[in-house]
Design a protein around this ligand. Structure first.
Ligand SMILES: Cc1cc2nc3c(=O)[nH]c(=O)nc-3n(C[C@H](O)[C@H](O)[C@H](O)COP(=O)(O)OP(=O)(O)OC[C@H]3O[C@@H](n4cnc5c(N)ncnc54)[C@H](O)[C@@H]3O)c2cc1C
Length: 405
């Protein structure tokens, strides 16, 4: 078996961020990606100010991305256009960067930093007495001090490690395609919060138009598993009905590719163990209130690399603790919230409230932008802390009365 300091399975933003950071810090790194070089990932391509801040931290040049000034929220006939808040903690702007180009850029930076990259490599961890000691891919075995699982929505690697999605927690599904639009260079993301399925049932989720600045817009819809009838929800029909709502105002051309759907994991049974840590989607780090996870993937990837560089032996436990401090309470609140909005009548009145006044819409914006957590000062942070406490008390009722069927 050949040896490297760090082995990474998965070459999305999370895995690439770990590789960049660890290789720049002097570790020998090998990253395995099962797709080919330049593979695409089904995504809305939206980068929150939090994601932009993480990319800045990695010294990624954003000239190729389309700069975004804020969010236009639409609920029924109400529209609010809000700039991203500049609270000094994250970047004052967001971006749209089609994943084929963003991921290619990040993986190239990992290579430039000295990480070895192996594409078309469906990798699995090597277990020895319950400890992950390396990786096997393409018939070769590699040993390392730590294996970083950056495999995205759970598959067979997660199954081997007991790191699957918690079956009692909500998750999401989303679908997207691209179309040409004269408004491709708009400076605002657009989110329509009042989606209905083909039976007229309100869907907890949203439809988006994310202008990519390259002649095209990313158009998609996402839904939470907490709604009644989720198992029968037809995403293609939901996408088509959303498209018909925005077609005229965006001057949309035909779909440039067949709409493709993918999963949004929002929990995990385990995110570390002896010899390994999971990051990004593999660790269930997706915001249940907006389905976004690129920022969390980049942050968790950098954190794993930093801990590894300072002490590989303690990395799994320390990583789990620090990730828990940074994300657990917010994500737990988000999951409870998604049970709540699974009820159509709560969703309807909640949405009226969410965009009803400028002040509350601003808080909604911060939640939609992954900008709120325990440390957020001001009204948004206060609202989150109150929601956290209230929803914690209501948790057993929320689960008992969940709308899903
Ligand atoms: C339709 C849709 C729209 C979305 N829109 C947004 C958005 O606008 N903004 C946002 O922030 N987030 C969005 N998300 C979520 C976002 O796509 C994910 O949070 C993000 O991709 C997570 O990055 P990651 O690196 O953890 O995983 P991924 O990007 O999924 O990367 C995982 C990689 O691991 C590889 N892999 C898996 N198994 C193996 C294996 N055994 N061996 C080798 N390689 C393996 C895969 O091929 C893949 O390349 C959206 C998701 C969906 C489905």
């Amino acid at each position: 078996m050949e040896r490297r300091d760090l082995l990474i399975i998965g070459g999305g933003p999370a895995g690439a961020a770990t590789a960049i950071r660890a290789a720049r810090g002097g570790a020998t790194v090998r990253l395995f990606e099962k797709g080919e070089k330049g593979r695409d990932k089904v995504c809305g391509d939206g980068l929150t100010p939090r994601a932009v801040a993480a990319l800045d931290e990695l010294d990624v040049d954003l000239t190729d991305a389309h700069r975004i000034a804020g969010l236009r929220m639409i609920a029924g006939r109400t529209q609010r256009e809000l700039p991203w808040p500049d609270n000094g903690r994250f970047a004052p702007h967001g971006a749209v960067w089609p994943r084929r180009r963003l991921d290619e850029r990040l993986i190239s930076l990992a290579g430039e930093a000295g990480a070895e990259l192996e594409f078309n490599a469906d990798a699995v961890p090597i277990l020895d007495n319950g400890r992950v000691v390396g990786v096997e891919a393409n018939g070769r075995r590699w040993r390392s001090d730590l294996v970083v699982v950056a495999t995205g929505a759970p598959g067979n690697v997660a199954r081997m490690l007991g790191a699957e999605r918690d079956p009692d927690e909500p998750f999401g599904l989303a679908i997207r395609t691209y179309a040409a639009s004269p408004r491709h260079a708009d400076t605002h993301l657009e989110a329509c919060l009042t989606l209905r399925d083909e039976h007229g049932t309100p869907v907890p989720g949203y439809g988006w138009m994310f202008p990519a600045g390259d002649g095209t817009v990313n158009i998609g819809v996402g839904a939470l598993s907490t709604m009644k009838g989720f198992k029968k929800l037809n995403l293609n029909k939901l996408q088509a009905s959303y498209r018909s709502l925005v077609e005229e105002s965006w001057g949309l051309g035909p779909d440039l590719e067949r709409p493709r759907a993918w999963r949004l994991p929002m929990s995990t049974l385990k995110r570390h163990g002896p010899g390994w840590v999971a990051i990004g989607d593999a660790a269930g780090l997706v915001n249940p209130m907006n389905g976004e996870g690129i920022d969390y993937g980049l942050e968790s990837g950098m954190l794993a690399a930093d801990l590894f560089l300072s002490d590989p032996g303690t990395t799994p436990d320390t990583y789990d603790r620090l990730i828990g401090q940074r994300f657990d309470s917010f994500l737990r609140t988000g999951r409870r919230f998604s049970f709540l909005i699974g009820h159509p009548w709560i969703l309807r009145s909640g949405l009226r409230l969410a965009v009803g006044t400028q002040g509350i819409a601003n808080i909604t914006l911060q939640v939609m932008g992954n900008l709120v957590d325990d440390q957020t000062p001001g009204a948004a942070g206060r609202v989150l802390r109150i929601a956290d406490k209230t929803l914690a008390v209501a948790d057993p009722i929320l689960r008992r009365t969940r709308a899903a069927a």
